[in-house]
Design a protein around this ligand. Structure first.
Ligand code: ADP
Ligand code: MG
Length: 437
């Protein structure tokens, strides 16, 4: 079968920057195309996520041009490189810079939302182990935590302050996996020594070890050894230490020994500055009014902001048209609709009834049969989450229930969503439908 990926690569090259092309597109390999399913080989999971988030729309569009079909992409981790990767780990990442070269301080746009975290990371980079230890950075998804952690690593490597072999960047997930493997293969001593002889350890997404007792215990000891030897520790998390659930108290309190810095959602100006910087790097001609429009209509995540820009840039370039607000409206229509559409209790009731095949009368009745109570509670829950209605008015719409009943139902569903997968997917489906109608 012909390698259609090679066919479209030159086209991708004409759309994305040379840098992006070399880093992300060139290494992709074609495996096969069957039943509109195109399998593409990627070197690792990080790569897969990045490509899928940033370049998939371009790839899909171009594949459609060639095959005249809607093609799905499936990413396959290449085996050979999995082995290679392991070898690299075994060599303790001695050969190459383990940090993402794009995640530097120079590429990090500073605004009010992140200046504190940025300054703290810079301070730690220039004076590791001596200023703020540990440094704990927290903030929502896609706001730049991983970027900053890598920036610290890149800085230290570039300035030669610390032997690169003694800098460790690791996600809490990898830490956990390696711990499990070490236990299984009775290599705990190696595991401990590896971390304990580091000069600096950068741990990403520490919330991942919540609820994992053994990992927390091991991390606690690693932490203590490093801390006692005045080695720098930087940790990121999606929450403030005290708000991480199922997390040992002794770890939470240690995280607060040093400095805790947050990253807030970016304001419009920061979003625009990020868009401009990224557009420049990707050679996308982005007018200022369009940048403001995207910033005003996007989520807070900078990752999704970047994704939108890449998509818009690709579309404009493929069709050889300038980037305008109208074009963005067209491409972002689903996102914008999500944001602005008003959802009412009546709409929710209608969707819930149709999903569970119950009547409005049933839902508004006081029948206490499970098959009716659950839809009723879901309707109350969604009414609270998706509209501005008060408990009292939700109760009224649902056949005159009092506010305590409504509150109880909402809390019940809220709690169950964390444990009942099926319920969660049901609720998500209904939300999806409400947003798309
Ligand atoms: P998190 O780890 O907090 O989920 P990331 O660090 O992965 O977020 O950031 C998501 C994307 O947004 C990355 O591509 C990153 O480079 C970019 N990004 C985040 N904050 C900034 C910023 N202030 N300036 C430039 N790019 C940023
Ligand atoms: Mg991250």
């Amino acid at each position: 079968m012909s390698d259609i990926l090679s066919e479209i690569k030159p086209k991708i090259a004409s759309i994305v920057s040379e840098d992006s092309f070399k880093t992300w597109i060139e290494p992709l390999s074609f495996i096969d195309l069957t039943n509109q399913n195109c399998r593409i080989g990627v070197p690792n999971a990080f790569f897969r996520d990045w490509v899928s988030e940033n370049f998939e729309p371009i790839i899909v569009t171009l594949l459609k041009d060639v095959t005249k079909d809607d093609v799905r992409i499936e990413y396959v981790l290449r085996k050979d490189e999995k082995v290679e990767e392991k070898k690299v780990v075994a060599r303790k990442q001695a050969t190459r810079n383990q940090f993402n070269p794009k995640y530097t301080f120079e590429n990090f746009v500073v605004g009010t939302s992140n200046q504190f975290a940025n300054a703290a990371c810079l301070a730690v980079s220039t004076n590791p182990g001596k200023t703020y230890n540990p440094l704990f950075i927290y903030g929502g998804v896609g706001l730049g935590k991983t970027h900053l952690l890598n920036a610290v690593g890149n800085f230290l490597v570039k300035h030669g302050t610390i032997n690169p072999d003694r800098i460790c960047y690791i996600t809490a997930e990898t830490f956990t996996n390696e711990l499990i493997n070490s236990i299984r293969y009775e290599k705990m001593d190696d595991f401990r020594n590896r971390f304990r002889k580091m000069d600096i350890i950068l741990i990403d997404d520490i919330q991942f070890i919540a609820g994992k007792e053994r990992t927390q215990a091991e991390f606690f000891h690693t932490f203590n050894t490093l801390y006692d030897n005045m080695k720098q520790i930087v940790v990121t998390s999606d929450k403030f230490p005290r708000d991480i659930e199922n997390f040992e108290e002794r770890l939470k309190s240690r995280f607060e020994w040093g400095l805790v810095a947050d990253i807030q959602s970016p304001d419009i100006e920061t979003k625009v500055a990020i868009l401009n910087k990224k557009a420049e790097a990707e050679k996308i001609n982005l007018p200022l009014d369009v940048a403001f429009f995207i910033a005003n209509n996007s989520e807070d995540s900078i990752r999704s902001l970047e994704g939108t820009l890449i998509r818009v840039g690709a579309y404009a370039s493929l069709n050889n048209i300038p980037i305008t607000t109208d074009l963005v409206k067209q491409i972002m229509s689903h996102v914008i609709k999500d944001k602005n559409k008003e959802i009412t209790i009546d709409m929710i009731l209608k969707e819930v009834c149709s999903h569970f095949s119950v009547t409005l009368g049933d839902i508004r009745s006081s029948k206490r049969i499970k098959s009716i109570m659950i839809p009723r509670q879901v309707a109350m829950y969604l009414s609270r989450k998706m509209t501005d209605s008060s408990l009292v008015s939700i109760g009224e719409k649902l056949g005159g229930k009092d506010h305590a009943t409504v509150l109880h139902s909402i809390k019940k569903i809220d709690g169950e969503l964390n444990v009942k997968k099926e319920l969660k997917s049901t609720v998500e489906k209904i939300v999806q439908r409400l947003k798309s109608t």
